[in-house]
Design a protein around this ligand. Structure first.
Ligand SMILES: *[C@@H]1O[C@H](CO)[C@@H](O)[C@H](O)[C@H]1NC(C)=O
Ligand SMILES: *[C@@H]1O[C@H](CO)[C@@H](O)[C@H](O)[C@H]1NC(C)=O
Ligand SMILES: *[C@@H]1O[C@H](CO)[C@@H](O)[C@H](O)[C@H]1NC(C)=O
Ligand SMILES: *[C@@H]1O[C@H](CO)[C@@H](O)[C@H](O)[C@H]1NC(C)=O
Length: 475
């Protein structure tokens, strides 16, 4: 939707006025860019992320998949700088973005092992700017979906190279040839030496960690064994190249059939080809992730059902993470689709507040849910990338205020001694066990009916739709 210039000017003025008194300003003003950049490599200790030899760090984050693409054009780098500046002004300290663009019009990797230097320099720039603004990066290495290539492109490459037996995109997970291509991409990115900072990616503390794939799913093996085997191979592989950075699989949190899974809680109670607990237990996986899109995952259901889903999903993953994983948990994507007549900004902001409050509640009591990243941040003037989920901080005072306040709340929890957090958590454990024990869902095995199949198609379509905007970005 086009905004009139006076409205835009008014909201920019309001943000300016608000920001001069906003509480998170003084926290950030105290640290110069250099000090902010000095935080150092992030590690994991139990369910907490730690820096500086055992001090807690919590993440108030955003997604911006477009950073490398935009930065690959030196004339547009100001937009990347503006995004990091706005993010930093609102206390955001984590950006999740793509370190892949497989084939297509604007490739990072145009064919297996062949790389576009302009795109790579775009990523170099993104990493250098993130560092300058004190923002950590979670870098994702390929996509489950077609946007920017993903598993279908990898399989197509193998077919073009003469492996005609490969047909299905899910062959990505078990073809030796394709796994070789993927490993080569991992190695190329991780060993890249940044042309702007001179630091190899694998040595750069600006990077929080590597995400193997955006939202792995697998129709070929609904129970999750194929994705399981792939993660069990790839996470340790990443560690052989880069033993320092953290690794996660990139899951949305869907449950399968394994021990401690709660498939009934999945949207529509069906399979998506992953196991939340089992896959996050794989060797080399350092922390867990979930995504949260109750509105599109449960499209057509009422607000009450969506709220109940949100509460179930969050509570269940927090307790499973604590009981069975003992690792930190991030909500690496969440958002609400703005659609005229379906949801307006007031409702979106309420959802934003709900997610952020649940993150803070867990973090404040030493729980495993220690941060998140909203989908997604855009700069003003990036209209072609609007997808109904965008949050443009200078144009959205209310969302900016919610996010800024949350960042400040989380920042106040940073720097605690992790042992002290653990002791505090243990003291309240008895109470929690009673609480958790009564709320755990158990999976029932049920065969997929035609109705659930069509729901599955719907959920897949919506995931595709959610990221379809990337198709316009090369225009
Ligand atoms: C990969 O999985 C597919 C689907 O289950 C199967 O048909 C194929 O034989 C598997 N390939 C290998 C190399 O295991
Ligand atoms: C939430 O969890 C409860 C208890 O397990 C279950 O009865 C209910 O159906 C769930 N609701 C949704 C929307 O998932
Ligand atoms: C947003 O939608 C809700 C529910 O339909 C409605 O009550 C509210 O007035 C709307 N707010 C705005 C600002 O349009
Ligand atoms: C953010 O915090 C300030 C100061 O405490 C408060 O005035 C403002 O209403 C808060 N914003 C939101 C959206 O809660």
């Amino acid at each position: 939707m086009a905004r009139s210039r006076p409205a835009l000017a008014a909201s920019i003025l309001m943000v300016f006025l608000a920001s001069s008194t906003a509480p998170w300003r003084h926290v950030l003003a105290a640290a110069s860019d250099d000090e902010k950049a000095a935080a150092g490599l992030v590690g994991v200790d139990g369910t907490q992320f730690v820096v500086d030899g055992g001090k807690t760090i919590y993440f108030s984050g955003f997604n911006a998949y477009w950073l490398m693409l935009v930065a690959s054009d030196p004339a547009r780098r100001g937009q990347v700088q503006a995004a990091f500046r706005q993010a930093s002004e609102h206390g955001l300290n984590l950006a999740r973005t793509w370190a892949f663009s497989d084939g297509g019009e604007t490739p990072l990797q145009s064919s297996p092992g062949v790389y576009d230097e302009a795109m790579f320099q775009g990523l170099d720039f993104v990493i250098a700017e993130a560092r300058r603004h004190g923002i950590y990066l979670l870098l994702c290495l390929t996509n489950n979906f077609h946007d920017f290539g993903g598993k279908r492109q990898y399989v197509a490459w193998a077919r073009e190279a003469g492996h005609g037996d490969l047909a299905d995109a899910d062959d990505f997970f078990n073809s030796t040839v394709v796994k070789g291509y993927y490993k080569n991409h991992v190695k190329t990115v991780l060993t890249r030496v940044n042309t702007m900072t001179g630091v190899a990616y694998r040595d750069d503390p600006t990077i929080l960690g590597w995400e193997l794939m955006n939202e792995p799913r697998c129709d070929a093996d609904p129970t999750g064994a194929m994705v399981q085997a792939w993660v069990e191979e790839m996470a340790p592989y990443v560690k052989t190249i880069d033993g320092e950075h953290l690794v996660t699989a990139g899951l949305e949190g869907f449950y399968g059939d394994g021990a401690h899974e709660s498939k009934d809680l999945n949207p529509w109670g069906i399979y998506y080809g992953t196991n939340y607990v089992e896959t996050h237990r794989a060797r080399g996986v350092d922390f867990a992730t979930i995504h949260l899109y109750p509105d599109v995952w449960l499209w057509g259901s009422g607000a009450d059902t969506q709220l109940e889903f949100f509460q179930n999903w969050t509570r269940s993953h927090v307790s499973d993470t604590e009981l069975y994983l003992g690792k930190p948990l991030l909500v690496t994507e969440y958002g609400k689709f703005l659609w005229e007549g379906v949801a307006n900004r007031t409702q979106r902001n309420r959802f934003l507040g709900l997610v952020l409050d649940s993150i803070y509640a867990s973090a404040a009591e030493g729980g495993p849910l220690v941060g998140g990243a909203f989908w997604h941040l855009l700069d003003p003037g990036m209209d072609t990338l609007r997808d109904g989920y965008e949050i443009i901080l200078p144009e959205d005072c209310r969302a900016a205020s919610i996010i800024g306040n949350h960042s400040q709340q989380l920042a106040e929890l940073n720097g605690q001694d992790v042992e002290a957090v653990r002791r505090r958590r243990r003291r309240s454990a008895q109470h929690r066990k009673v609480h958790v024990g009564s709320s755990l869902g158990r999976s029932r095995s049920s065969s997929d009916t035609d109705a659930t199949q069509s729901h599955l198609l719907l959920v897949r379509f919506i995931s595709w739709f959610r990221s379809i905007s990337s198709l316009f970005s090369s225009a």
